[in-house]
Design a protein around this ligand. Structure first.
Ligand SMILES: Cc1cc2nc3c(=O)[nH]c(=O)nc-3n(C[C@H](O)[C@H](O)[C@H](O)COP(=O)(O)OP(=O)(O)OC[C@H]3O[C@@H](n4cnc5c(N)ncnc54)[C@H](O)[C@@H]3O)c2cc1C
Length: 478
């Protein structure tokens, strides 16, 4: 394989890379899929796997009137017109086919879908879908297709093989330097598809790109931004460098760490669990109506807080009365963290709690007192509506939360054929990029639109593999 000129080297066997490789291989392209990790799947191992699409058979069955233009309009409404118009149109136009294709391949759809999802700014109509096992349901389909293609010798795959560098070949195409264990090798290829994901596993790169925001992310370590760095060294352009919005919010699994266990995150979505606690910033001031129904509004308020941080404050009575704050975490497990993790603090009075947390004692005491007045009067100063009970029975508790980076926002600039653009705005021939390496802001602008990372990753992978990549000899399409 090292001597022959491949049709395509696909880098990254995740959400975007697997469909690219499988579809291209079925057309007869000579494809090598390389994956740095020991297993395929990338972020699908942890992703919620929410997808959004219109014109699907499931929507039709439910009588939901919807089309790609309505999806585009909705994303543009949510993002205040900041999504990339061409890429958004490409993704939205083909997303319905992606969902129907997944269903044809045996995808196990959750029976309630499509729905309006509330974890991000909601769409106007039900067009969000997920599998019964979240991202793993998508991976189950992709893995089966990949295994079949490998079994049929339609493509080659190398696990634990990392792309280290790319050089343009004099006559066109690329020479790729690969590292498998300690062994270096090169391959020559007409086209390269960078499907290497985001950089949510790389705190230094994240800080460099966002201009110093702290990272807290559930992304796997494989999301190290190495593919992005390679493309930037070749002259690729970074788009949306200044766009960033934290998701509300999480606690690092380990003190000082930047990894968040998303499966056991705290449940701060008011539509799922109306808040019993108050949120105060590092000074001790409330800064948001904790049950504001708009995720976008809550996220923008959080972005203004130093270190993207706040304390979730409650009292003994809330501890006993309220539904569990953390998903899949019994109360006693949460309690065991107090005294063992600096993000968890407990004290007999609000003032002592503030001192333990490094807040201003008078400001925290005032925040609690004003909240309690609001509960008594049925009217909160910040407009919060869910006011279940006063916070006045010690001991008092505080859990330090931080804004979460669910997916990276900045990424490579590409044209409508998903070719990486060089410094002069011209496409670098034969170099494509898809998935989170494009940055989430390309598809949902400076806000979150549900499903607009996973669905475009799958959809662009399918489009590249089915038609955009050039193949020397074509078989019948998948
Ligand atoms: C907890 C969580 C929940 C999420 N929920 C949703 C959701 O509900 N809906 C949504 O739309 N989005 C969601 N996202 C985001 C979405 O899952 C990702 O953006 C998307 O899956 C990324 O797909 P990808 O193919 O670009 O990257 P990945 O799936 O991460 O695949 C990239 C692959 O490339 C490999 N790789 C990296 N560098 C190299 C290299 N140099 N050489 C070889 N291989 C390399 C990696 O090992 C990895 O396997 C979520 C993200 C997280 C972390």
């Amino acid at each position: 394989m090292s001597e022959a000129l491949l049709d395509a080297l696909v880098v990254g066997a995740g959400t975007a890379g697997i469909p690219t490789a499988v579809h291209a291989a079925h057309r007869g392209a000579s494809v090598l899929l390389v994956e740095a990790a020991a297993q395929v799947g990338g972020t699908l191992h942890v992703s919620s796997g929410h997808m959004s699409a219109t014109g699907t058979r499931l929507q039709a069955r439910r009588g939901i009137l919807d089309d790609a233009q309505a999806h585009i309009d909705d994303v543009m409404r949510i993002s205040r017109g900041t999504a990339h118009p061409q890429l958004l149109r490409l993704a939205a136009t083909h997303a319905g086919d992606t969902i129907d294709w997944l269903m044809d391949q045996g995808f196990e759809m959750a029976p309630e879908c499509p729905v309006i999802a509330y974890s991000h700014e909601p769409y106007l109509v039900p067009r969000t879908y997920w599998g019964i096992n979240k991202g793993l349901s998508i991976l189950k389909v992709l893995e089966r297709l990949l295994d079949q293609a490998l079994h049929d010798r339609l493509l080659e795959m190398r696990l634990q093989t990392r792309l280290e560098a790319l050089e343009p070949l004099p006559g066109g195409g690329w020479q790729a330097q690969l590292l498998t264990g300690d062994t270096r090798s090169t391959v020559r290829t007409r086209q390269v598809v960078l499907a290497t994901g985001g950089y949510g596993g790389n705190a230094a790169l994240f800080s460099e790109i966002t201009g110093g925001y702290p990272l807290l992310s559930p992304a796997p370590a494989c999301a190290d931004g190495s593919g992005l760095r390679i493309a930037l060294q070749l002259g690729g352009r970074l788009q949306n460098r200044n766009v960033f919005l934290p998701t509300v919010a999480g606690v690092p699994a380990q003190a000082g760490g930047h990894w968040l266990d998303w499966e056991r995150k705290s449940n701060l979505t008011p539509q799922h669990r109306p808040p019993w606690e108050i949120f105060v910033n590092l000074q001790g001031d409330r800064f948001v109506a904790e049950d504001d129904p708009s995720p976008d509004a809550r996220e923008r308020k959080l972005k203004q807080q130093p270190d993207l941080a706040f304390w979730v404050v409650f009292d003994q009575s809330v501890l006993e009365q309220a539904p569990p704050l953390f998903v899949q975490t019994p109360g006693e497990q949460m309690l065991a963290r107090f005294g063992n993790h600096p993000a968890y603090q407990r004290a007999d009075t609000p003032e002592a709690l503030a001192r333990a947390c490094g807040m201003d004692p008078a400001r925290l005491a005032n925040s609690i007192a004003r909240y309690n007045d609001g509960v008594a009067q049925g009217r909160d100063t910040l407009g919060r509506r869910h006011l279940p009970q006063r916070l006045d029975q010690g001991p008092f508790y505080a859990i330090r939360h931080q804004g979460v980076t669910l997916r990276c926002w900045a990424g490579l600039e590409v044209d409508a054929s998903l070719r990486v653009l060089g410094p002069d705005g011209q496409a670098l021939p034969g170099l494509h990029a898809i998935g989170e390496i494009l940055g989430g802001a390309a598809l949902s602008g400076d806000s979150f639109a549900s499903g607009m990372s996973v669905t475009p990753a799958l959809t662009f992978g399918r489009l590249l593999g089915q038609s955009i990549l050039t193949c020397h000899s074509e078989r019948s399409a998948t």
